[in-house]
Structures are given as structure tokens and as C-alpha cells.
Design a protein around this ligand. Structure first.
Ligand code: SF4
Ligand code: SF4
Ligand code: SF4
Length: 344
């Protein structure tokens, strides 16, 4: 009922906006470019440079320094000459083998992870993750085909979000138990060594892509489980916006730090007309931006910093992005929102 009211309000608001534009009484200049377009360029650049896939980037791939800088996003070791891996991979790998060193080996990767996440928050997700790009491309395809996305109710999204912390705990504890004396799980190392790597959709997706362009030998082993997970990834990402990001353990690692990151999503509640567009376009089904009535801080742990809400908020300066207190981007008056809740 509440949702229906919001949609009606949004529709009314759009109609008012169209009227304003027709009369030439818009509140401010419309932005000629969309943040979404710039983000797409960054994602492609990040995929090529950050993971060395398309051109091999042999220098990056052999640099010992870069090999020790683990990205907070789902960068993957399955790229030929990948300069770096995801922190979640490193954590699993090190928890297993670091028993003897009292886990000192984990300190540096975790420190790098914390620094990088505090610097950019979960912008790593929307702007640089190799799993974010295919999800966004599938969303664009679905939009082109005129198919409406499958909605995840906010309370379900919240529940899934909480459950993924449990997933991270189980995976890390299992890997710890593999290596720690007393658990007698050493025999499992051959069967299921770094568990998430068996489920990572990156594996089948990018290994086959590299085979196709001749970067990986056609004999490269890809487990059946990875192929099945990749197919599931494509199906769910086509149907629902950023579905994998709702369950991704790497995202769960970053989520608590999103609140203390230097990059912030801000709202000026005085300019908000409660049109609900920010909620409708949010791929992570976040209500906080719409619901906040008093405070300026609207960054939530689920927010992947795609700024689709900023792109589509029709009120001048109502939503903005700040880095270290400096305003980088802001919403501009718009006469219409693309698709009823398109997401990224
Ligand atoms: S939450 Fe999504 S964008 Fe972020 S690391 Fe996971 S797959 Fe990548
Ligand atoms: S923040 Fe912007 S998009 Fe969201 S409800 Fe307010 S006016 Fe609408
Ligand atoms: S709240 Fe805004 S920036 Fe964050 S995920 Fe949703 S649309 Fe993207």
C-alpha cells in the first residue's frame, strides 16, 4: 500500500517535472551526461587494467609488489597475468596456511584491504569489480528488451544481507579448520581447498573468455560447479538487478567499512519531495535514501556507490556525493527517470 502510494507520488512528480520543463521553469540546468555512462567506462578500464585480461599486461602480472596488493572487490586470480587477487581469496588461502606464523601473514593484506576500503568505500563494487560489469551489462540488455526486473523486497534484501555475514564466517572458519591442528580436516584440502574459488562465477566466465581470445590454453580446467554457478549468475543477474552483489562475501567484507569510508552519499532533506525515485532505481533495494527525513548521511552498508539515485533524483542538489567533505557530484533537475526502477 505504502509502495503503491510512493509510485503514484513518483508518477505525479514526473508529470509535474514534465510540465515544468515544457514551461521552461526547471529549477536548474539538466546534466548532459549520466554518471552511469562514466561508470561504464571506468568499469571497462578497471577490468582491462586491474585484471590484465584482454592484453595480458605481462609486466603487471609479474610484479611482486602488485601481487601483494589485494583488491577489496572480486578481482580474480583466474585472469592470465592478473596483477592482484581479491582479499577474500587471500584470507581463505592464508587462514589455511598461516597457523604456524600465528596469522601474522594475514596482517598486511587485511591492512591494505582496510585502507583501500576506507578510501573508496564500496565504490570498488560499482566502479571496478569484474563481477559488477557483467551484471550491469545484463541489466542494460534487459532494459533494451523492455523486460521489467524482478523486485527483491527491502526486508528480503536486508535478510540476505545479514545471511551473507554468516556465509563469510562459515567459509573462513572452514578454511581455518582445514589448517589448524585438532580439526583433522587436512584431507579436505584436496577436495575443497579455497571454498569460494569453487563457487566464484569469475572462474568459468573469464577463463572461457580468455580461451576464446587465445590467452588461456583450451585445456584449462574449469570445474563443473563453476560452470553451473556462472550460468546461475547470468540468469539471476538478468532477472534481478545486481543479484550477485546481494550475496557476495567480498561485498560483505567491505560493508561494515562503508560507514567510515571517505566517500559519502549525502542528502539535503529540505529539498526532498519524497518522490521515491531513489528507491525505485536503487539496484540494492535501499530505502534509507528515500526515508531519511532529517540527517544528511545516507550511505548504508549495502550501498555499492553506483550513484544511480543521484543520477535520477529530480531535485537540484538534493542528493550528492562527497569525498573528504568536498562535493564531487550532485543531483540535477531532470524531467524524467529512465525506466521505472531500472537500477544500474
Ligand atoms: S558485492 Fe558485487 S561488486 Fe562488490 S565485490 Fe561482490 S560481486 Fe563485486
Ligand atoms: S531524495 Fe530525490 S529521488 Fe529520493 S525521494 Fe527525495 S527527491 Fe525523490
Ligand atoms: S543508495 Fe544510491 S548509490 Fe547506493 S546503491 Fe542505491 S542507487 Fe546506488
Amino acid at each position: 500500500m505504502r509502495r503503491r502510494g510512493g509510485i503514484e507520488l513518483a508518477t505525479r512528480h514526473l508529470a509535474q517535472g514534465a510540465g515544468r520543463e515544457a514551461q521552461g521553469t526547471g529549477k536548474g540546468p539538466r546534466r548532459r551526461w549520466k554518471i552511469e555512462s562514466i561508470r561504464l567506462v571506468t568499469q571497462v578500464f578497471g577490468l582491462v587494467l586491474g585484471n590484465g585480461m584482454l592484453i595480458g599486461l605481462p609486466l603487471f602480472g609479474t610484479s611482486n609488489v602488485l601481487r601483494h596488493i589485494y583488491f577489496p572487490n572480486a578481482s580474480t586470480k583466474f585472469f592470465i597475468n592478473a596483477p592482484t587477487y581479491a582479499t577474500f581469496y587471500k584470507v581463505q588461502d592464508t587462514v589455511y596456511s598461516a597457523w604456524n606464523s600465528m596469522y601474522i601473514d594475514l596482517l598486511l593484506p587485511l591492512l591494505i584491504f582496510v585502507v583501500l576500503t576506507i578510501l573508496l568505500g564500496r565504490a570498488w563494487c560499482a566502479w571496478l569489480c569484474p563481477l559488477g560489469l557483467p551484471q550491469d551489462l545484463l541489466t542494460r540488455l534487459r532494459r533494451r528488451l523492455g523486460i521489467r526486473h524482478l523486485e527483491i523486497a527491502p526486508h528480503h534484501a536486508d535478510l540476505i544481507h545479514s545471511l551473507k555475514y554468516l556465509g563469510v564466517f562459515v567459509i573462513v572458519f572452514y578454511t581455518f579448520a582445514l589448517g589448524a591442528p585438532g580439526f583433522n580436516l587436512k584431507a579436505m584440502w584436496n577436495a575443497l581447498p579455497v571454498p569460494y574459488e569453487q563457487f566464484d562465477p569469475n572462474r568459468a566466465m573469464y577463463v572461457y573468455a580468455q580461451m576464446a581470445v587465445g590467452l588461456a590454453p583450451t585445456s584449462t580446467y574449469v570445474p563443473t560447479m563453476s560452470v553451473l554457478i556462472a550460468l546461475l549468475f547470468f540468469g539471476t543477474s538478468f532477472a534481478a538487478r545486481r543479484f550477485w552483489c546481494h550475496i557476495c562475501p567480498q561485498g560483505a567484507m567491505m560493508a561494515p567499512l562503508n560507514h567510515v569510508a571517505l566517500v559519502k552519499l549525502r542528502k539535503d532533506p529540505g529539498k526532498c519531495t519524497h518522490c521515491r525515485i531513489c528507491y525505485r532505481v536503487c539496484p540494492m533495494e535501499i530505502l534509507k535514501v528515500y526515508e531519511e527525513r532529517r540527517g544528511r548521511e545516507v550511505t548504508s552498508d549495502k550501498c555499492v556507490h553506483c550513484y544511480h539515485c543521484v543520477d535520477n533524483c529530480p531535485e537540484d542538489g538534493c542528493l550528492s556525493v562527497e569525498f573528504l567533505g568536498k562535493r564531487l557530484l550532485g543531483s540535477r533537475y531532470r524531467c524524467q527517470c529512465d525506466e521505472g526502477g531500472s537500477g544500474v
